[in-house]
Design a protein around this ligand. Structure first.
Ligand code: ADP
Length: 493
């Protein structure tokens, strides 16, 4: 006898006219330890705190490994190793030699890409198609791109005598674990700095795998140190007196705490924080492509993307058609096992994040917006959220103002260009935006007036190492990627 849920799922698949056989990616080639210590001065060392915490697979709720929790003493040890490596080795090395190490790291990531992709999906819950085709190749590309700059800094900043800052403390979130590590490490190393990096507590494994790879690459000890832990470890790194630069990606709330912590010190800071991006669809847009773009904008990586297109603005004349097409598309999205190559939407990263998303969904309903979710069945164990949308949303609703960081789209309509510009910019954030139209002139007009760091036109969520990324207003400051991404790691005469 099939269970009711399974019967429902099969009936749904039958009504849609197709079903996919499972296509799980093999995990045989993945080598993981049961316990990971801290990567300091080129070696894995046990934490003096003697504390460890579990990292969990959000699709199964099973513990994958235990990871060290770095205390103040451990952070101090890592910063001292980074300082020594900076003073004695890295800052003295010819830039072209530095570049060779970074090229080597890029090549090693490519060689081990499959293993990294599987671990990323196991530890973070994102679909293997994304980790395999987006996260890991882009991470390698960042190292390749910045390796090329290492010996050309005087061309990037002519007549300005660029010099490294010293020791960089880098803190990253859980939505793109390896990619964020690459965004931080590659420009810092290319510009001659040494680093202490802290990955997020729910997704430390690919950073620790990267530590193994860095050790194998022969990079001089202490140039990159990786310390694991939660907020207290991050705070210890931020307030360490011998750290010259803090680079942070994460929530606006923690970003503000960091800014307060470094106020009055000489530390340089870059912050890449939250977002609430507007994705704007005009009546002259190719609607089917736009619907794919909306789906990619908000359901990619379960909406765990700071630049997710979480506010959709549709021109009134096509609103009915777009919402109908969107609902039809939602029904076909495959939600489930992140390691299955058919999966479109994976697991929510943690129980805590799932609760936040559910609270926002309940809030949206109580605010009076109309709710729709994909009718898909969900696995029994793990943290899951169906792709969801709200129509009848107004500007004052909290679901239209606050970052949810989940697969929840809020839809508003507009009539004129000036109205949509006002509405789109009416947010404390300003990280990204999307415009869908047949008219180049509209793209240029809106692109100029949008208070957002990145504006995509007739596409969404496209990333490239050569292109700068960063925010306006409460989305933070400083740019990562491209030539602009070098500057925060340099000082000038
Ligand atoms: P998210 O909401 O995306 O989890 P957070 O801002 O909470 O974002 O976390 C991003 C990173 O910041 C994580 O590595 C986390 O451990 C770290 N972090 C959390 N609190 C602090 C803090 N007070 N100081 C420094 N880092 C912190």
């Amino acid at each position: 006898m099939l269970k009711n849920k399974e019967q429902e799922r099969l009936a749904l698949e039958f009504s849609q006219g197709w079903s996919y056989a499972p296509a799980p990616e093999s995990t045989d080639h993945v080598q993981l330890q049961e316990r990971y210590s801290l990567f300091i001065d080129g070696k894995f060392v046990a934490p003096s705190s003697k504390k460890y915490f579990p990292t969990v697979n959000p699709a199964t709720e099973q513990v994958i490994a235990e990871v060290a929790e770095a205390g103040k003493k451990d952070v101090d040890k890592a910063v001292k190793a980074a300082r020594k490596a900076y003073d004695e080795v890295w800052s003295k090395m010819p830039a072209s030699e530095r570049g060779k190490y970074i090229f080597r790291i890029a090549r090693l990531i490519q060689e081990r890409a499959r293993e990294f992709a599987v671990i990323e999906s196991m530890d973070g819950g994102k679909p293997i198609r994304e980790s395999r085709d987006v996260d890991i190749p882009l991470a390698a590309n960042h190292f390749f791109y910045y390796a090329g700059w290492a010996d050309k800094l005087s061309y990037a900043f002519p007549n300005r005598r660029p010099r490294p800052v010293g020791v960089a403390g880098q803190i990253i979130p859980w939505n793109f674990p390896l990619l964020m590590a690459a965004w931080k490490l590659a420009p810092a190393l290319a510009t001659g700095n040494t680093v202490v990096l802290k990955p997020a507590e729910t997704t430390p494994l690919t950073a620790l795998k990267l530590a193994e790879l860095i050790r194998d690459s022969g990079l001089p000890p202490g140039v990159v140190n990786i310390v694991t832990g939660a907020g207290a470890t991050g705070a210890a790194l931020v307030s360490h007196p011998d750290v010259d630069k803090i680079a942070f990606t994460g929530s606006t709330e923690v970003g503000k705490m960091i800014q307060r912590a470094v106020a009055g010190t000489n530390k340089k800071v870059t912050l890449e924080l939250g977002g609430k991006a507007a994705n704007i669809i005009f009546e002259d847009a190719p609607l089917d492509q736009a619907v794919e773009g909306i789906v990619n904008g908000i359901y990619f990586n379960q909406g765990h993307v700071c630049c997710a297109g979480s506010r959709l603005f549709v021109q009134e004349s096509v609103a009915h058609t777009v919402v109908r097409k969107l609902k039809d598309r939602l029904k076909t999205l495959i939600v489930g096992d992140p390691l299955d190559k058919n999966t479109d939407v994976g697991a929510i990263n943690s129980a805590g994040q799932l609760k936040t998303i559910r609270d926002y969904i309940a809030l949206g309903k109580s605010e009076g917006a109309e709710f729709y979710e994909s009718p898909c069945a969900l696995p029994q164990a793990g943290y899951w959220c169906r792709p969801t949308l709200f129509t009848g949303v107004s500007q004052s609703h909290r679901i239209a103002q606050e970052e949810i960081f989940g697969p929840v789209l809020s839809i508003q309509t507009f009539r004129t260009v000036s109205e949509v510009i006002d509405k789109a910019n009416n947010t404390p954030y300003g990280l990204s935006a999307g415009i869908w139209t047949d008219k180049g002139s509209k793209i240029f007009n809106l692109g100029q007036q949008m208070r957002a760091g990145v504006v995509w036109a007739n596409t969404y969520n496209k990333f490239d190492p050569t292109s700068p990324f960063g925010g306006y207003k409460e989305s933070g400051f400083g740019r990562e990627g491209g030539l602009q991404g070098l500057a925060p790691y340099l000082q000038f005469d």
